[in-house]
Design a protein around this ligand. Structure first.
Ligand code: AP5
Length: 241
């Protein structure tokens, strides 16, 4: 049996999900909820890169300058980091891609990779945002370095100032959530990642949700879309944008 056929036989979960959106659109927040509901891992290239930077690996050293200024890390570095992740045992029933693909070349490689592994096309959801809200979301973001839970001091504050609700760990602020860096991240999004939405729109895999609503409203719609994958309906539904 070919590798693709072998995998197809085992593929019964929600499958691959791609969350697209500007910095602060809520990809990480929603990815964690999808992870919990469908029992599939969140694969965040941003988190993976930050881990490499913190560990000072070769890859982290190659990425750090780009990240500090808010630019995208070169495709070859990201691909080197992520290759193999899709084949990990925890990804056998699907995975939620958060922050990947970020460029059209990354999207093209992903398409080939998924095909090769016997996955159906991904569920692609674009969280559309009013850019005026993004600054408040990003400058107010705090996260737990232990469990990864994301808060916002203005919009989703923890119960106790500065501490994670889940495990009491002191919350941290991301280094790239500074106004000057946010500006560059938004530029990179407009110039390099928006075309990825166009790429998926053209291949008919694109769903657009209004990301500026409260998190619960977005989650409810995401779950409906993802549930339809469990019942084999999503591929027929086409574009919802
Ligand atoms: P990455 O870590 O991917 O950051 P990002 O895309 O800029 O996205 P964010 O994590 O900032 O936002 P999010 O959409 O996840 O929002 P969140 O849920 O946290 O990338 C960082 C860097 O790594 C890049 O700049 C680049 O250098 C590099 N990189 C990563 N991947 C790469 C790739 N594939 N190729 C090249 N380079 C790559 O929410 C934000 C805040 O809003 C939180 O405080 C949250 O509580 C709040 N919030 C969320 N949803 C709502 C809501 N609905 N209502 C109110 N508040 C909300």
């Amino acid at each position: 049996m070919s590798e693709a056929a072998e995998h197809h036989r085992e593929r019964e979960g929600v499958g691959p999900i791609v969350l697209l959106g500007a910095p602060g659109a809520g990809k990480g927040t929603q990815a964690k909820l999808l992870e919990r509901r469908y029992g599939v891992p969140q694969i965040s290239t941003g988190d993976m890169l930050r881990h490499h930077v913190a560990q000072k690996t070769d890859l982290g050293l190659q990425a750090v300058e780009y990240m500090q200024r808010g630019s995208l890390v070169p495709d070859d570095v990201v691909m080197r980091m992520i290759q193999g992740r899709f084949r990990a045992p925890d990804a056998a029933r699907g995975f939620v891609l958060d922050g990947f693909p970020r460029t059209v070349p990354q999207a093209e490689i992903l398409t080939e990779k998924l095909k090769h592994l016997g996955w159906p096309p991904p569920l692609v959801v674009y969280l559309a945002m009013d850019y005026n809200i993004l600054l408040q979301r990003l400058t107010g973001r705090r996260s737990c370095p232990k469990c990864g839970r994301i808060y916002n001091i203005y919009l989703q504050p923890p119960a106790h100032d500065g501490l994670c609700d889940v495990d009491g760990t002191p919350l941290i602020t991301r280094k790239d959530d500074r106004e000057d860096v946010i500006k560059e991240r938004l530029r990179a999004f407009v110039e390099e990642t928006r075309p990825v939405a166009k790429y998926y729109r053209q291949v008919g895999l694109f769903h657009k949700l209004d990301g500026s609503r409260p998190p619960d409203a977005i989650t409810a719609e995401l779950f409906v879309l993802a549930d339809s994958r469990l019942h084999g309906g999503e591929e027929e539904t086409g574009t919802v944008a």
